[in-house]
Every structure is written in structure tokens, then in C-alpha cells.
Design a protein around this ligand. Structure first.
Ligand SMILES: [Ca+2]
Length: 480
């Protein structure tokens, strides 16, 4: 238990100091159970496809702990990221703003614009303790974003910690998380003994850090962000799961293709280089075998965190959110990586459990990840900061409303723009190559048939309508 001990020690020293001098009175509405403000436990996966955790929609794997959470909470079947890479998506989550508002947008720049209030900052200002655990993938340190304490902080450790010869499960040189290590929140203390880069048991390490925090007595409400690295590459087989999935048992995705039919704007990207072209059936099955195993382990570790929350006696008064920063192709549409607008990547898993949330409901209201920030403020009775432009979907959680948006918009660099409408149609444009795709998601949920050249009058009208709406949105965003 060396890991748990070291994280607990880091945490304890910082928190004891703060507890001694902290006398802020809570200005929070009575939004939780017994008049107590609710805690917020935010569990964020990394590159996790939404279709893997939804047992009600016949998932390819079993995720008993997340299924249990879905049973007590609410599942959103049409939750979306705005921009399918880690940094931009996480910046949207933390600011409650679109990337073109906060400046971390992957198209026009990567410098934070304005002075937005960050998600944990809003809760800290309201009297919460706010914890960061796990992957840190925005600039600076968590303390600059409103986190009062850090445990199990996994971030870039600099060139010193890069070890040549590190490989993924297949023996290929790793290209992601080079030299990342666990460290203290201020980065001054490093823990290379816990592993350099992504390790086979990293989800367990992160979960243990979160559990260490949950086991602490505290007198104030808290928000905890637990950012896993799973199932981001490099994929490593978690201990004990080596034989769980056999390549021959893995079905190919319904949208499998050996090669994407055109350059969608990221053919030369790092993610696409992780799997040889063409993507053979066996290579995709083998990739999915280890990807599924990493998700199995993620589910187990989330189960451990939820058991610790149960044992702490705080479950009843905690809002629990499980989601991912975006999805992943893993062989779907001939792609390996994110950086695309298909459902397997743009859509994210989303389960929300908590006080006053009706158990076991599935909602098809269309929501964005960045809307979690104002939604949790709403649920906790905290004023939404002025800088937040995203719209709370708390009325959906409270069963007061059915619909939230009638269209969702996505983007990636200058190469992809997308609109997905409430009536299940999607238009993707690739401005730099003059290409358009149109999908009837109601009849073609796996986006296998591009209808953009259809002669059917109804379909042509749909294409014009979606094209007009997407252009109008782009004009509003000063994108064209
Ligand atoms: Ca990611």
C-alpha cells in the first residue's frame, strides 16, 4: 500500500494546514439531502466510446459497476463533446465555454482568453473543498484552476523521466504520455517509483488516490475530479486480464472499414499512426481485445471508488458523474483515433446519479460536456459564474423537460464541421477538401451510408436544411 500512503501523506499535510485557517461560511442553497449541500464526484475516462458502457444498448463488453451506476442514476444516450481531442474538450469542461470563447480551440489558437471562472473555482468560492486526482492535461497547475488539493496527480514530468524503449501491449514504441509521472500538485515532488508513462495498473493507482481522499473525515462539502487515463493509448494489458478476451471472440465493429474513403483531415496524425494501414480485421480485433480489457479494469476501479463512497456514508448526498472527454474510432470507419465527427467519437458516455435524480432513466436530450459545469451549479444551488455560456440541463435531470438542444455542433481544426439534429440526421463538411457527408442516424446509426449525393427529394431537402443551419452557426461563431 505504498501508493495510497504516499498520496494520503501529500493530501494530509496540505489539508490540515488549510483546515486550521479556513473559516469561510457556506453560501449554498439547501440542495442535497438533509439540507446539506451535495458533494460532486466527477469520474472522467479518456477516449472511451459511449457504446461500450451502455448495457441497455447491447454493449460489446460487460461493465457491471457502471451498469449499476446507470441503474441508480440517469443515462444520457445523446451526450456529445464539441471537439474530439483531450485538451480542447477538457478546457470546455473546465470553463463551461466553447473553445472559440475560451481560446483553447485547436483552430485559432491555444491560449486561454479572458478570465473565465473554472468549474472547481466556482465550487471553491461557494465553500467547497475541491480535489483533482489523476491526469492533468491543461496548462499550468491544478491550484491555478481552483482546486484546493491534489492527490495522484499524473502529468508531464519533463525530459528527465523519458525512458527509451517503452512499448505498448503490441511491442510498438509508445508515442503518448512520454515521460509522464505521478507528482505533487506543485510538481516539486515526483514519484517515478509509481511508474513512468501509462502503466498496466494506472487506473488502480488513480482510484487508490481518490479512495484515499474519500476516507478522510471532512466537515465541508467537496467536489472531486478523478481523471483516468484509460483507455487512452498506449494501451497496456491490466494485470490479471490477459486471458479475458480472445481475439477470435471479438466481433468487428458494425462500422468497420480497412481504410477511410478519404483524408478526413488527420491521416497524418499521431493517433492514425498507431495502427497500420489498411486496418486488417485481425489487427482491429486485437486492438479491441486490449482496449476492452483496459475498460474492464476501468470499470473495476470505478467500482472500488463507489464502494469507498458507500462506506464513507456520503453516497446519498453525492452527485456522481461518469463520462469521457470524447470517444475513439478503434477501427470504425477505417480510423484508429479520435479527431473525427462520427458517433463513435463525437458521442460520449454520460451517467449522472445523485440526490433527487430518478433512478434508472434513459434520456435522449442532446447535451454537451461543457454543460456539466452550469448543471452541477444548478443542482448544488450555486450561482453560475458570469463567464459560463453553456446551458444547464438540470431541468432534464429533474424530469421537468424532455429536450435541451435541437442541434449539436462539432468541429476539428479547419478540416471538419458537423451538425447533428434532434431528428437524427447528421451533416459533416470537410471545408478544406470540399467534401460533405449526410447520414440518416435513425435508419443508419453506424453511419455506413453517405446520402449526400442522394437524388431523393426529401433527402436533398434535408441536406440543404442542415447545410443552411451549419453555415448559420459558423457565421455566428465567426468561423466563416
Ligand atoms: Ca482524450
Amino acid at each position: 500500500m505504498i501508493k495510497a500512503v504516499s498520496f494520503t501523506r501529500i493530501w494530509s499535510n496540505q489539508t490540515m494546514m488549510r483546515a486550521l485557517c479556513f473559516t469561510l461560511l457556506l453560501g449554498i442553497a439547501e440542495a442535497g439531502t438533509n439540507g446539506q449541500p451535495p458533494n460532486v464526484l466527477f469520474l472522467l475516462a479518456d477516449d472511451l466510446r459511449a457504446d461500450l458502457i451502455d448495457s441497455a444498448a447491447s454493449s460489446a463488453i460487460e461493465t457491471p459497476n457502471l451498469d449499476e451506476l446507470a441503474g441508480t442514476g440517469m443515462t444520457f444516450t445523446r451526450a456529445y463533446c464539441s471537439y474530439p481531442i483531450c485538451v480542447v474538450s477538457r478546457a470546455e469542461i473546465l470553463t463551461g465555454q466553447h473553445g472559440w470563447e475560451n481560446g483553447i480551440d485547436g483552430t485559432r489558437g491555444a491560449t486561454l482568453r479572458g478570465d473565465p471562472t473554472f468549474w472547481p473555482e466556482a465550487f471553491r468560492e461557494a465553500g467547497y473543498e475541491t480535489f483533482h486526482v489523476g491526469k492533468w492535461h491543461v496548462s499550468g497547475r491544478p491550484s491555478a484552476y481552483g482546486y484546493t488539493d491534489v492527490a495522484g496527480h499524473f502529468g508531464s514530468g519533463g525530459a528527465k523521466w523519458w525512458e527509451p524503449g517503452q512499448t505498448d501491449w503490441k511491442g510498438f514504441p509508445i508515442t503518448g504520455y512520454k515521460g509522464w509521472i505521478f507528482q505533487s500538485g506543485d510538481g516539486k515532488t515526483k514519484y517515478p517509483e509509481l511508474g513512468i508513462g501509462v502503466t498496466p495498473d494506472i487506473s488502480k493507482t488513480i482510484a487508490e488516490a481518490a479512495i484515499g481522499l474519500l476516507e478522510q473525515e471532512r466537515s465541508r462539502p467537496w467536489m472531486m475530479h478523478v481523471n483516468f487515463t484509460a483507455p487512452h493509448d498506449p494501451l497496456m494489458m491490466p494485470p490479471g486480464l490477459e486471458g479475458k478476451h480472445e481475439v477470435s471472440d471479438i466481433p468487428l465493429p458494425a462500422d468497420y472499414l480497412p481504410v477511410h474513403p478519404f483524408d478526413h483531415g488527420n491521416f497524418d496524425g499521431r493517433d492514425e499512426a498507431l495502427l497500420a494501414w489498411p486496418r486488417t480485421e485481425d489487427a482491429v480485433r486485437d486492438l479491441l481485445r486490449v482496449y476492452y480489457s483496459v475498460v474492464d479494469d476501468l470499470d473495476t476501479q470505478i467500482g472500488a471508488i463507489l464502494r469507498a463512497l458507500d462506506q464513507s456514508g456520503q453516497r446519498e448526498n453525492t452527485i456522481i458523474i461518469f463520462t469521457s472527454d470524447h470517444g475513439m474510432a478503434c477501427g470504425s470507419h477505417g480510423l484508429r483515433g479520435k479527431q473525427n465527427q462520427y458517433e463513435h467519437t463525437a458521442r460520449v458516455p454520460m451517467i449522472i446519479d445523485g440526490p433527487s435524480i430518478e433512478p434508472g432513466h434513459r434520456r435522449d436530450a442532446m447535451i454537451y460536456l461543457r454543460e456539466l459545469f452550469p448543471t452541477t451549479c444548478d443542482l448544488a444551488g450555486i450561482d453560475v459564474p458570469d463567464s459560463v455560456t453553456a446551458k444547464s440541463f438540470a431541468p432534464i435531470l429533474r424530469m421537468e423537460e424532455e429536450a435541451h438542444h435541437d442541434a449539436i455542433f462539432g468541429y476539428f481544426t479547419n478540416t471538419q464541421r458537423m451538425i447533428r439534429t434532434d431528428d437524427d440526421w447528421k451533416l459533416i463538411v470537410y471545408p478544406e477538401i470540399g467534401k460533405t457527408q449526410l447520414f440518416d442516424l435513425g435508419n443508419d446509426p453506424f453511419e455506413r451510408e453517405d446520402l449526400s449525393e442522394s437524388k431523393d427529394e426529401g433527402v436533398k431537402k434535408k441536406r440543404r436544411n442542415l447545410g443552411d443551419r451549419l453555415r448559420e452557426w459558423r457565421r455566428q461563431q465567426h468561423d466563416i
